[in-house]
Design a protein around this ligand. Structure first.
Ligand code: FE
Length: 200
């Protein structure tokens, strides 16, 4: 079975927000779809490790925030790389925007949000599949929604390009960098750039 076939499934990227008591929280989700239209039903899969997952199971409500292509990497770090169990993700949120359901939606980097009430929760072991009914929603702009493919191509930082290695043909000293500088002098044998050759 070639699991890389799974990489070909298209996804979006969203911030899922919930509120329990006076605690607001949110996490990143990618597996989301509208699956019925009368009434409008949304399904999404959420990893059980997320606190937002537990909050939705207990409260039966969530907002789905549609990230745009303008969302910077820090949004994914903020909502995806730390847990609401350890930090208050909305502590430094300057503008508090709430739907009619009282749940937060993001003031920036989204082109729409929809508010939902949970109807079914299907246990999928690592995740729970939530099937919910849309109860409210607002669209803010026509900026394209963030897709998983766009995130990987344009948002996620690329690993630093591997640097080159040059070896001094006289003494074996190895220079690592983008290119041997024209005025470089080998620190061991004092020969110049002309005596270095690229090894990788
Ligand atoms: Fe040398």
């Amino acid at each position: 079975m070639d699991n890389t076939a799974l990489f070909k499934i298209g996804y979006g990227l969203y911030v899922l927000t919930a509120r329990e008591g006076d605690k607001d929280n949110g996490c990143i989700v990618n597996a989301v779809a509208q699956v019925a239209d009368n009434p409008v039903r949304i399904m999404l899969s959420v990893n059980k490790a997320n606190l937002t997952h537990d909050m939705i199971l207990r409260t039966g409500r969530f907002n789905l925030n549609m990230l745009t292509e303008e969302a910077p990497f820090k949004v994914f770090q903020h909502f995806g790389f730390q847990s609401g169990r350890n930090v208050n993700k909305f502590e430094n949120c300057e503008v508090e925007m709430r739907g009619d359901n009282g749940l937060l939606y993001l003031p920036k980097y989204i082109n729409a949000y929809i508010g939902c009430e949970l109807r079914h929760a299907v246990d999928l072991k690592s995740h729970t599949l939530f099937i919910a009914e849309m109860t409210e929603g607002k669209a803010f702009s026509d900026i394209p929604s963030m897709t998983y493919a766009y995130y990987h191509a344009n948002v996620k930082p690329k690993p630093a390009a591997p640097k080159g290695k040059w070896v001094c043909k006289i003494c074996g000293y190895v220079y690592e960098g983008d290119e041997v500088p024209d005025d470089f002098i080998c620190p061991i044998c004092k020969h110049g750039k002309a005596d270095f050759e690229k090894v990788q």
